[in-house]
Design a protein around this ligand. Structure first.
Ligand SMILES: NC(=O)c1ccc[n+]([C@@H]2O[C@H](COP(=O)([O-])OP(=O)(O)OC[C@H]3O[C@@H](n4cnc5c(N)ncnc54)[C@H](OP(=O)(O)O)[C@@H]3O)[C@@H](O)[C@H]2O)c1
Length: 331
C-alpha cells in the first residue's frame, strides 16, 4: 500500500483545532482487523463541528475526520470479512478517536463493520450515512413505542438538515402525516415535494411563551434541534405521544416540566446512533435497504470531490446545509 491522501484534524500549540489535507503512510493506520479502501464518506453536523474545532468532538489528536465511511475490504483478520467485500462503517470512535472516513484507506475493528446490505450501493449507503441511520433508528424506536400512521401527525424539526430530510422522506413513505418545522421559508416547496404534508416555520412560533401543556397535536416527533424547540414539542404532544430526541442543532439545554410525562404519558426517547450495537445496527441497515429506504435519496444527496471537503464545513456550522453531502474519496 502506497502513502494515501487524508484530511487530518490537529490541535496546535495554541490550542486551536484545524483540519488539513495531507498524506499518511500505511503504518499510520489505526489498529483493527479490517482494512478497507474508502470509496465514499459523508458530512454530518458532527463532522463539521470536529473539523472546525467548533465543538469539543475530537478525543484524540491528530485524527482523520469523517464519522462515516463505505468501501471495499482489502485485508481482513476476521473470518466474517474477505477482500472485495463492500462494507459500511459508521459511529463508534470513528472520526473522533480513531482515524475516520476522510482518507483513502482506513483500518477498523471488525465489530464496527456492517456488510453492505443487498438493495444499497456504496454511494447510497453514504447518502444515508449516520444522519439516515439515526433517523431510521429514531423511527424504529418510536414504532417500538407504539407509533403508527393512524395515531396522528409526526413533526420533524431541523427539517432541511441531513437527519430531518431523510426522516421526512422515510416517514412519508411509511404513510405518516408529516409536518416539517424549519427555519428556511425558501425550502417549503422542497420539503413538500419530499413528502411533508405541512410545513411550519420556526419564526411563526413564539417559543418563549410556550406553557407546560399546549393543545395536544403530535403523535410523534423527531427532534434535531433541542432547547426551546424540544420544550415546545413536549408541551404539544398528544396523549401517549413519542419524541425521539436526536440532536442539539439549536441548543443542548432543555428547560421543561414533567407534565407531558405524568399527565399525557409522553415518552422522550434518547437516540444515540454512536454506540448502538448489534443486532440492532444490522436490523436498522437492513430496513434502510428495504422499507425504510428513502425514496428521494438521489435528489436529496449531492456528491463533492475529496479536494472540496475543507470548504464544505461552514454551511453546516451556519445552519445553511441542505440534505446530504457525499464525499467521493476513492470512488
Ligand atoms: N443522537 C445521535 O446519534 C445523532 C446522530 C446524528 C446527528 N445528531 C445530531 O442531530 C442534529 C442534526 O444533525 P444533521 O446531520 O441533520 O445536521 P445538519 O445537516 O447540520 O442539520 C441541522 C438542521 O437543524 C436546523 N438548525 C441549524 N441551526 C439551528 C439553530 N440554531 N436553531 C434551530 N435549528 C437549527 C437547520 O434546519 P432548518 O433550518 O430546516 O430548521 C439545519 O439544517 C445535530 O445536532 C447532530 O449533532 C445526533
Amino acid at each position: 500500500m502506497e502513502p494515501f491522501s487524508a484530511y487530518l484534524i490537529e490541535k496546535g500549540s495554541d490550542g486551536k483545532v484545524a483540519g488539513r489535507m495531507t498524506r499518511l503512510s500505511p503504518g499510520q493506520l489505526d489498529a483493527g482487523e479490517v482494512t478497507l479502501k474508502v470509496h465514499y464518506s459523508s458530512i454530518n453536523y458532527k463532522d463539521a463541528l470536529a473539523a472546525t474545532g467548533t465543538g469539543n468532538i475530537i478525543r484524540r489528536f491528530p485524527c482523520v475526520g469523517g464519522i462515516d465511511m463505505a468501501g471495499v475490504v482489502v485485508e481482513s483478520q476476521d473470518e466474517r470479512f474477505h477482500a472485495g467485500d463492500p462494507v459500511i462503517c459508521t459511529s463508534f470512535d470513528i472520526g473522533v478517536s480513531h482515524h475516520g472516513g476522510y482518507a483513502e484507506y482506513a483500518r477498523v475493528p471488525a465489530r464496527w463493520v456492517v456488510p453492505l446490505p443487498r438493495g444499497l450501493d456504496l454511494f447510497e449507503s453514504m447518502a444515508i450515512g449516520t444522519a439516515g441511520f439515526t433517523a431510521a433508528l429514531g423511527i424504529v424506536r418510536m414504532e417500538q413505542n407504539g407509533l403508527a400512521p393512524d395515531r396522528g401527525p409526526v413533526v420533524v424539526t431541523g427539517a432541511t438538515g441531513g437527519v430531518g430530510t431523510l426522516a421526512i422522506d422515510m416517514l412519508a413513505s411509511l404513510g405518516y402525516h408529516v409536518v416539517a418545522l424549519t427555519g428556511k421559508a425558501s425550502e417549503a416547496d422542497a420539503l413538500r415535494s419530499l413528502g411533508a404534508a405541512e410545513v411550519r416555520l420556526r419564526s411563526e412560533i413564539d417559543f418563549g411563551k410556550v406553557r407546560a401543556l399546549e393543545a395536544g397535536t403530535w403523535a410523534g416527533a423527531v427532534d434535531n434541534v433541542g432547547g426551546a424547540v424540544l420544550h415546545w414539542l413536549l408541551a404539544t404532544m398528544k396523549q401517549a405521544g413519542t419524541v425521539a430526541s436526536i440532536g442539539n442543532a439549536g441548543s443542548h439545554k432543555l428547560e421543561s416540566t414533567v407534565y407531558p410525562f405524568i399527565l399525557r404519558g409522553v415518552s422522550l426517547l434518547g437516540i444515540d446512533s454512536g454506540y448502538m450495537g448489534f443486532p440492532t445496527r444490522q436490523i436498522v441497515w437492513d430496513r434502510l435497504a428495504t422499507d425504510l429506504k428513502p425514496p428521494h435519496l438521489a435528489s436529496v444527496s449531492h456528491r463533492i470531490a475529496f479536494a472540496d471537503l475543507p470548504a464544505a464545513f461552514d454551511a453546516y456550522i451556519q445552519g445553511r446545509a441542505k440534505g446530504r453531502t457525499v464525499v467521493a474519496i476513492g470512488a
